[in-house]
Design a protein around this ligand. Structure first.
Ligand SMILES: *Cc1c(COP(=O)(O)O)cnc(C)c1O
Length: 359
């Protein structure tokens, strides 16, 4: 896929940009450019281009606005010690987007074009990569059905877009454990549903549960399985791990109802290298509740691209609470977080070829 280059004539001025980069929030300010491509069933992909970041024009009857036929991705580019920029495992996001598209009856966006689009945008907007501790350029590829019409069937046209936003820490302020609300009523995904696809609908249906978490004084919601309401699944947008007896990590298995996180996969690989046993197996939530009380579950953490590895303090439910360890960031969580960040920022050897150099 060849991208037609139509760069902006009016980039954001250096002073304004410097102000943004000095204190980037998450997903509030976007860079000067975006990448897009159009698909129709007849023509396949065409009109791939890099253009100034700008609002879209959407017909009110566009399929996505009514039936949520949409997928997205999220990955980051990091400033390296030599002044270059590298993305973290973009091939994994490219492959996952293809799988998400298959589930949402959207056309696959070619994996090599996905990576090329990310490279192009990062290279073009390289001055937007922040250099502060823990900062990065967050890339948001997405695709939506833009056929006009209210008939319920897979869209005959779709649009791929890629935008970028300088990112600071997802949870603002210094690293502190998040508290989780164990949703009693709501589930995130069911067998046969869309839980393994990165699609906006999963987020839409999690928002009321997330609000319930906040109303109960918690940072995030954690979901149980839809069938037995017993097995740990994941957070609204992060995978979850428990640390047992110091050397064993537990995480729910991939099985169609949880998202196959790139961070999750990286953590499993790094943990095994560091000498931990990692068990991907169903985790009964009572194992967490009891384990936190009897001391066998010593730490818990959540992981995802946006928030990296975030320690979990309290797990709360109506009338109860369990806190693994002392509620502070644990040694294992901290070790894994440091190992992952050190690779992403080029501070430790990238023995797995996870970094994809852009410039
Ligand atoms: C994106 C996402 C994750 C984390 O995936 P990463 O590839 O690690 O960023 C976890 N759960 C859900 C529901 C997600 O959408």
């Amino acid at each position: 896929m060849e991208f037609d280059l139509q760069p902006t004539g009016t980039p954001v001025d250096a002073e304004t940009r410097a102000g943004v980069l000095a204190n980037p929030a998450f997903g509030r300010v976007f860079t000067d450019h975006m990448v897009s491509a159009q698909w129709t069933r007849e023509r396949g992909w065409f009109d791939a281009c890099l253009t100034p970041y700008a609002p879209l024009t959407l017909d009110p009857a566009s399929v996505v606005l009514h039936y949520a036929q949409e997928v997205f991705e999220g990955l980051k580019a990091y400033l390296q010690p030599d002044g270059g920029i590298a993305m973290f495992r973009p091939d994994r996001n490219a492959a996952r987007m293809v799988r998400s598209c298959a589930r949402l009856a959207l056309p696959p966006f070619p994996e090599d074009a996905f990576v090329a689009a990310c490279e192009l945008l990062v290279r073009t907007d390289r001055d937007w990569v922040p250099d502060g501790e823990g900062t990065s350029l967050y890339l948001r590829p997405f695709m939506y059905a833009d056929e006009v019409g209210l008939g319920v069937r897979p869209s005959d046209s779709a649009r791929f877009l890629l935008i970028a936003s300088p990112a600071g820490n997802y949870f603002s302020g210094p690293l502190r454990p998040v508290s989780l609300w164990l949703s009693q009523e709501y589930v995130r995904a069911a067998p046969g549903g869309t839980g393994a696809a990165k699609t906006g609908g999963n987020y839409a249906s999690s928002l009321v549960a997330q609000q319930e978490a906040i109303d109960n004084g918690c940072d995030q919601v954690v979901f149980l399985d839809a069938v037995e309401h017993r097995w740990l699944e994941e957070l609204g947008g992060m995978n979850v791990f428990l640390v047992q007896d110091d050397r064993t990590l537990l995480t729910p298995p991939l099985g169609g109802t949880i998202l196959e996180g790139v961070t999750r996969d990286s953590v499993i690989t790094l943990a095994r290298e560091l000498g931990y046993t990692v068990e991907e197996r169903p985790v009964d939530v009572d194992e967490w509740r009891k384990g936190a009380t009897d001391g066998s579950v010593v730490e818990a953490f959540a992981c995802g691209t946006a928030a990296v590895i975030t320690p979990i303090g309290a797990l709360r439910w109506p009338g109860g609470e369990a806190v693994a360890g002392d509620g502070q960031p644990g040694a294992v969580t901290t070790e894994l977080r440091t190992a992952l960040l050190d690779i992403q920022y080029g501070r430790r050897p990238d023995t797995h070829g996870w970094l994809h150099k852009v410039v």
